[in-house]
Design a protein around this ligand. Structure first.
Ligand SMILES: Nc1nc2c(ncn2[C@@H]2O[C@H](COP(=O)(O)OP(=O)(O)OP(=O)(O)O)[C@@H](O)[C@H]2O)c(=O)[nH]1
Ligand SMILES: [Mg+2]
Length: 314
């Protein structure tokens, strides 16, 4: 059984070596550490080497956390990982908790294990981040139907098969998208309480502004929901327009019964037609999106089989 611990990071020269050193090398038959350096402008790579990273993947320029995560999963599969753990390079997650994190996978109970900070212990988190976390987790829970308690956690473990099933498309954050896909494809998720430490070295690299993060993560969640639940999305929006249109329609109808003419209610009549047309068009888009969902499912299945052929037959 081989474990690959992947650490996507950007400018974490102060912490990366200690993060690597903290990872227990005896929690699986074989443990390797993969660092994905996303165009760091400091000495992250040299420090990762000093810390004992087994493989370092370097991007020439910064591509973002989600592309780094995607590349990391691919590289870990190439390295022959049976289990993949993702952790951060800033030392906020405790590497000594990896055995606890992978336990549900070793026990064959789960495909995807999520380290939950809210079920565990948070040493420090600014209030606005705490609120943002709660809101994003609540939305992810509604979208996935899974009672997740900390959707933004970066301390996660995946089985090899689960890693092959995931196709991260976002360019900013992967955390919610992976949960949406895993629940949609029926993978078994389990949460494990974990410790979250204070960030000691410098400001957050990912979340410089909580509103910008909310906007970008919000778009990713909305896209995920739209892609996997197109009928609910477009029929929901379409029904709203039709309902409002009908309300105006009733106004026209009552006016007609009262006065015998429609002329006095012309603006309402026009609005009725317009809103119902928009509603019906939106529903039609939903049907097209539903066809695209089927294509997406087929493509995900093809990619899964290609990955199996590519990585399992090396
Ligand atoms: N690949 C890549 N990794 C990044 C980027 N930005 C941040 N990271 C890494 O993603 C992980 C999480 O980023 P943080 O900035 O710590 O985000 P956070 O933990 O949610 O926020 P803090 O609590 O303020 O630390 C860390 O390992 C970062 O080095 C990026 O642009 N590309
Ligand atoms: Mg952090």
């Amino acid at each position: 059984m081989k474990l690959v611990v992947m650490i996507p990071c950007c400018d974490e020269e102060k912490t990366i070596a200690s993060v690597i050193e903290e990872i227990p090398r005896d929690c699986c038959d074989e443990v390797e550490i993969l660092v994905i350096d996303d165009g760091s402008t400091d000495n992250t790579v040299q420090e990762a080497e000093k810390g004992g990273a087994d493989r370092i993947l370097s991007f020439k320029k910064n591509k973002g956390l989600a592309p780094a995560f995607r590349a990391g999963l691919q590289a870990a599969l190439e390295m022959g990982a049976d289990i993949i753990v993702n952790t951060d390079g800033d030392g906020q997650y405790n590497g000594k908790e990896i055995p606890k994190l992978i336990e549900p996978i070793l026990d064959n109970r789960a495909d995807f294990v999520l380290g939950s900070r809210t079920k565990g212990h948070i040493e420090y988190m600014p209030l606005q981040k705490k609120i943002g976390n709660r809101i994003a987790t609540f939305i992810t829970r509604q979208v996935t139907g899974y009672p997740v308690s900390d959707a933004q956690s970066g301390f996660r473990a995946f089985t090899r098969d689960c890693a092959m099933r995931l196709n991260v498309m976002a360019d900013y954050t992967y955390v919610q998208e992976t949960l949406i896909q895993a629940t949609y494809y029926g993978l078994v998720i389990e949460e494990v309480p974990i410790e979250f430490r204070r960030r000691n070295a410098g400001p957050s690299r990912l979340i410089s502004n909580i509103w910008k993060y909310a906007q970008r993560a919000g778009v990713t969640i909305a896209r995920g929901y739209r892609d996997f639940h197109p009928l609910d999305t477009f029929f929901g929006i379409g029904s709203f327009f039709i309902l409002v249109g009908l309300l105006f329609g009733f106004r026209v109808l009552f006016g007609y019964f009262k006065t015998g003419v429609v002329a006095g209610y012309l603006p309402s009549a026009v609005l009725t037609v317009l809103l119902i047309l928009i509603g019906v068009s939106t529903m039609t888009l939903g049907m097209i999106a539903d066809i695209l969902k089927t294509q997406r499912k087929i493509q995900d299945e093809i990619l899964y089989r290609l990955k199996k052929m590519e990585y399992d037959n090396q």
